[in-house]
Ligand binder design. Structure first.
Ligand code: WT7
Length: 577
């Protein structure tokens, strides 16, 4: 099927920006692209937001649409690059008047609407550090992030502010809550000057931060520098393969790294017109957006593709999607059926890309100029050395399973973990950055994903730490302890499953099936309401006890093996079970 596709001319309507992978990989130098692709101020200074937007004002792109916005209720707005420049300048001046200084953390907690993008750019322009918060976050998730970052300002709206008000008294550093739908704030922002001196930053200076989950502990603040835009720009150019006439739609939310790297920085630095859809997933609506805006490049996620598949191919046929030229996916394994379905539905294969919050940009990908091996994530981006290493950091030969690792030093490699330098150091072993994923490299240099090396859960492509969910569960009076795992799911990749030990009193009560069902619902709701609307257990099982090590650590590995009917492995270190 893929062979048939290769012969079809459709894909090669455009010559890919990356025409010869091997040659470019061989000759690539970050220094060269940094000179040819970025716009620098004098004395080696740079600003990522300037590179995304303002540098285009000297070219015909000035009057080109940068952002087509369609809201959840069909509202439509559009902004040129010049308008994005002016609006973000105003926002920068507004923040300065509030007292925001270089290096201050300014967080954004908004649904996907133009202000999110404008605010993000404005923050970077004045040298402050932007943080984004996913719209499904609830009190605990918000508190952990705002507290750890010491954010000084939070940009939000009236509806979302309700969740913040409850925790505000515990956040002494949070000086201002700006409500973008409040008349007086809006007036102040609009009345601010559109003339802004964009801050000249060192390439190493921090630009934005994103919290992400690991196996243990609270989420960690991954910090990226201004120079990250170099990786984001050049990967967008070569992997997303933007051409001047393209209209691009990235379905990610800027609460996650994809939405920052490829909906704000790397995409706009290539001058592409971007569609932002602020509504929820709906198959018909999605096709309508693709059709209406004549989207040509589309970056989405496997769960979304599977949700579209579930609605059937006939639905696709009702729309004219002939503008599509290049489609891609990220966030979780892209199953071969999804690629095959993409070919049937759109006449194009989804191109898988692999990267992480910490890598800041795509590091392994399938490129328009290279053959896709269905099921593989593709090859390392030029300038990236990827390998498979064992647990001592020794590189393994092709065909052997190990840790997916990268040689440190590419521009968008995280700069630090906010206030946790030891955590940052723990990523590196024997001069390799260890990703936390397991995989292998085949003899042709293609990388294949096998699974996570740790207990991190990927549900609908979103990264969830089991510890956070466990902590939210034990807040409930009925729960003594909880162990949380990702359980394979054909639609969502994984769903969150919780194994819960109840207090004696509740153990008796759940003998009644109705009560037991009710309590399960209540526990799910507990997580939804306190942690996040998307990161709750869809399955709960009550247990008498949980498998633990002698030191008392819950063995999620055993819970998972048991759930999947796999051999449990060595249990000699177990205390209970
Ligand atoms: C983790 C990173 C980077 C954008 C969104 C995710 C998993 C990512 C793939 C892929 C299989 C993938 C990995 C990775 N992942 N892309 N193409 N195939 N798994 O960022 O939330 O930091 O998650 O997502 O497990 O480590 P993130």
């Amino acid at each position: 099927m893929l062979d048939q596709f290769k012969k079809s001319k459709k894909y090669f309507k455009k010559t890919p920006n990356l025409e010869n992978y091997e040659k470019t990989y061989r000759e690539f130098s970050w220094k060269n692209v940094s000179e040819s692709e970025l716009t620098w101020f004098d004395n080696g200074k740079v600003n990522a937001a300037y590179n995304a937007i303002d540098r285009h004002l000297d070219s015909p792109r000035k009057n080109k649409i940068a952002l087509y916005y369609e809201g959840p209720n069909g509202e439509q707005e559009k902004y040129t690059f010049e308008e994005m420049s002016q609006k973000s300048n105003k926002f920068g001046n507004f923040l300065k008047a509030l007292g925001v200084k270089r290096g201050d953390r300014v967080f954004i907690f908004l649904p996907r609407n133009p202000y999110l993008y404008i605010a993000f750019l404005g923050i970077l322009k004045i040298g402050a550090i932007a943080g984004t918060l996913f719209s499904a976050f609830q009190e605990q998730a918000l508190y952990d992030r705002l507290e750890n970052s010491g954010a000084k300002v939070l940009i939000t709206d009236k509806e979302f502010a309700v969740r913040v008000e409850k925790i505000r008294h515990k956040l002494p550093n949070l000086k201002h809550l700006v409500l973008i739908d409040d008349e007086s704030s809006l007036k102040e922002i609009n009345d601010s000057s559109a003339e802004l001196h964009i801050d000249r930053m060192n390439p190493e200076d921090y630009a934005f931060m994103l919290y992400t989950s690991g196996t243990t502990g609270k989420p960690k603040g991954v910090v990226h520098r201004h120079l990250a835009i170099l990786s984001e720009h050049i990967t967008a150019k070569y992997v997303l393969d933007f051409h001047e006439e393209d209209t691009y739609w990235c379905t990610a939310d800027p609460g996650w790294v994809t939405g920052i790297a490829y909906e704000i920085l790397g995409s706009w630095s290539n001058g592409v017109a971007s569609v932002v859809y602020g509504g929820r997933f709906d198959a018909s609506k999605w096709y309508e957006i693709l059709e209406k805006y004549k989207v040509s490049v589309w970056y989405t996620a496997p769960t979304a593709v599977r949700m579209l598949m579930a609605q059937g191919i006939d639905l696709v046929r009702k729309y004219n999607l002939s503008s599509l030229r290049h489609i891609l996916s990220v966030g979780e394994p892209l199953n071969p059926e999804a690629i095959r379905w993409g070919l049937q539905a759109f006449g194009l294969p989804f191109h898988d890309t692999w990267w992480q919050t910490e890598t800041g940009a795509i590091v392994i990908a399938n490129y328009p100029c290279l053959d896709i091996k269905i099921g593989s994530m593709g090859k390392p981006f030029p300038g990236i050395t990827a390998g498979i290493v064992d647990d001592q950091g020794k590189e393994l030969p092709p065909g052997q399973e190990g840790n997916i690792a990268l040689k440190p030093g590419w521009p968008s490699m995280m700069k630090t973990i906010w206030r946790r330098p030891e955590k940052y150091k723990s990523y590196f072993l024997n001069d390799w950055y260890i990703s936390g994923d397991r995989g292998l490299k085949d003899k042709d240099g293609y990388f294949w994903f096998i699974g996570r090396a740790d207990d991190v859960i990927k549900t609908s492509g979103e990264r969830v730490g089991p510890f956070e969910v466990e902590s939210a569960l034990v807040e409930h009076p009925s729960v003594v302890e909880a162990g949380v795992i990702g359980k394979p799911d054909s639609l969502r990749g994984e769903i969150i499953k919780a194994f819960v030990v109840l207090t004696k009193k509740y153990q008796d009560k759940v003998q009644d099936k109705n009560y037991s069902d009710q309590l399960k619902q209540e526990l799910s709701l507990q997580v939804r309401k306190h942690l996040a609307g998307h990161a709750y257990p869809r399955e709960i099982e009550f247990m008498d006890k949980l498998p633990k090590t002698r030191s008392g650590k819950i063995m999620r590995r055993i819970l998972k093996a048991k759930e999947m009917g796999l051999p449990i492995g060595d249990t000699s270190t177990l205390e209970e079970f």
